[in-house]
Design a protein around this ligand. Sequence first.
Ligand code: FE
Length: 200
Amino acid sequence: MTTAHGGPDASLPVALRTEALEQLLTERGLIDPAVVNGLIATYETNVGPLNGAKVVARAWTDPEYRRRLLDDGTAAIAELGFSGPQGEHIVVVENTPTTHHVVVCTLCSCYPWPVLGLPPSWYKDPAYRARVVKEPRAVLSEMGLELGDDVRITVHDSTSEVRWLVLPERPAGTGHLTEEQLVPLVTRDAMVGVARVAAP
Ligand code: FE
């Protein structure tokens, strides 16, 4: 359970290590398990990619909002009521037919919680974190996103200072859809930059 230096055995599954850590912190009176459970429930149910989808749909339908979003992501996102931990400094980058942005946290799993909720497991996977920087085109292809050689790929490293959000391309043939109708089309993966938004 413990190693020579007294820390948890790094080979144990993350969930088990987290549980041990939570138990230790609770025993020492440093955290209240009820508060921890409440925080997890909030991010699992109330905060999630739907918030980000609303931001994207607004940007697609309101050019002034899009401009504000690209100028100051944090402020424009707060206009829609989304803010909070891990969202203090969000920078939004726009995908175009010739420029593709994709986000990673090479160090751990930094992620813009207020707009995307908690990160998926593949985002935390050491293989994704290491490889997407070195060979983004290959990693994206493996994830089902084929980009032509004429598309320039930029990889953004989210940190505790800056968290990146991708404004995906609005799919062709959606010109007649309203902002509300566009929201359900926008996926989490498209806002991380590992997928495109598909037309309905
Ligand atoms: Fe991180």
